[in-house]
Design a protein around this ligand. Structure first.
Ligand SMILES: [Fe+2]
Length: 387
């Protein structure tokens, strides 16, 4: 993360004696990225973070590319899906993937996780499409609500507790590389610049330390190399009394993304929200349309020769598309042009504003539908431009 944050109790100097009320030492843990060259945080544990009691048998937790899907403009219709599985991990269904990123949905029946999860394969970005609750992690409590992006650096140990009422629907993105704020939005020391569509005030790190000191059996499901490894520890992994640094999970609400508009149609980079290895994430939010007297608000046909574009439709009417619902994904592959549906361009002329809300993921390498994703394919979509 791009700024320093601290919570709870930490000693005045790192790597020095920091004692518990009973006189024993707190156990310091440096969580660092890129060896010792990237961002890092120092955490202070009550117990030894290596106090493993049991290591269970690993089970596969991965997805397969459906090569037979071929070159197709793709619509995955997931609107009717109310739950995708019993608990947080069994409910995570990845629908598209390549070597850099996976993307899918998660609507668990169980609202409170009775285990912890640690993704050691990649950073995660969750978009809370529906639901409200608390993410408990080693970094403290983070309240989450509809419209939040939650950036979770790899190896963060966490669990969610969602409120008892209302649907839960998460868009899940897992990235091989770190998920970061956009480099061109930052100055040379990392502060978000005046032209950035969001700034540090919009970024919400964990707001309150949450410490579980009890001993007992605590299960952490660790995802590594496409497998789930059940580790049982002799104490809660949330035994942290304080931490500081630049590496921590945080929330950024899509509703705090300030749109950039113009006299004529602005290209997707103005909507960019995050960067990662091999892809970018953009937010399409309610905004005024272009104000040139002859402006065409609908987007033009586009042949993106070396990227694939995925849109997740969150709210509102999508003026350039027909047959798209809340919760739909479209995948427009490089190699085919894509554009507005017939009739939508003329219809858009004179429109003043849009209430649409969507998350876009553009990949620099081809993106594939997974075998799981095939269940949701709308067979009519590839021919939906035909007049
Ligand atoms: Fe495009």
């Amino acid at each position: 993360m791009a700024y320093y944050h601290r919570l709870g109790n930490i000693p005045p100097k790192r790597h020095t004696q920091f004692r518990q009320p009973d006189g024993s030492l707190y156990k310091e843990e440096l969580v660092s990225s890129k060896g010792f060259s990237g961002i890092y945080s120092n955490l202070y544990h009550i117990h030894n973070p290596n106090n493993v009691q049991k290591i269970g048998k690993p089970t596969p937790y991965d997805w397969k590319i459906a090569k037979e899907h071929g070159l197709n403009q793709t619509h995955l219709k997931t609107a009717g899906v109310s739950t995708t599985g019993k608990d947080y991990l069994s409910a995570r269904k990845m629908l598209m993937m390549n070597n850099d990123v996976m993307m899918g949905i998660c609507s668990p029946e169980q609202r409170k996780m009775d285990y912890f999860f640690k993704n050691a394969d990649g950073d995660e970005l969750l978009y809370i499409h529906d639901g409200e609750g608390v993410m408990y992690s080693q970094f403290g409590k983070l309240e989450v609500r509809q419209g939040d992006y939650i950036v979770i650096p790899r190896t963060t140990i966490y669990r969610f507790e969602f409120k008892e009422e209302g649907p839960i629907r998460l868009l899940v993105i897992e990235s091989k590389g770190p998920i970061e704020t956009v480099k061109r939005y930052r100055n040379e020391v990392g502060q978000l610049l005046e032209h950035s569509p969001y700034c540090e005030r919009d970024i919400r790190p964990p707001h309150e330390m949450y410490t579980e000191s009890e001993k007992g059996e605590y299960l952490v499901q660790i995802k590594k190399q496409g497998m789930l490894h059940p580790y049982t520890y002799g104490h809660s992994p949330l035994d942290i009394v304080g931490w500081d640094g630049y590496l921590y999970p945080y929330a950024l609400s899509i509703h705090d993304f300030e749109p950039i508009t113009g006299r004529i149609h602005q290209p997707p980079p103005v909507h960019q929200t995050f960067q990662a290895w091999g892809f970018v994430i953009c937010s399409f939010v309610p905004r005024l349309f272009d104000y040139h007297p002859l402006a065409i608000p609908a987007p033009y046909n586009h042949s993106n020769i070396d990227s694939d574009e995925i849109l997740y439709y969150a709210e509102g009417e999508f003026m350039s598309r027909k047959g798209i619902d809340r919760g739909s994904f479209t995948l427009h592959m490089g190699g085919l042009p894509h554009g507005p549906h017939p009739g939508t361009v003329e219809k858009s002329i004179g429109a003043k504003a849009t209430e649409e809300l969507a998350v876009m993921l553009d990949t620099f390498k081809p993106m594939f539908v997974t075998t799981q994703g095939l269940e949701f394919v709308d067979p009519n979509y590839p021919m939906s431009w035909t007049e």
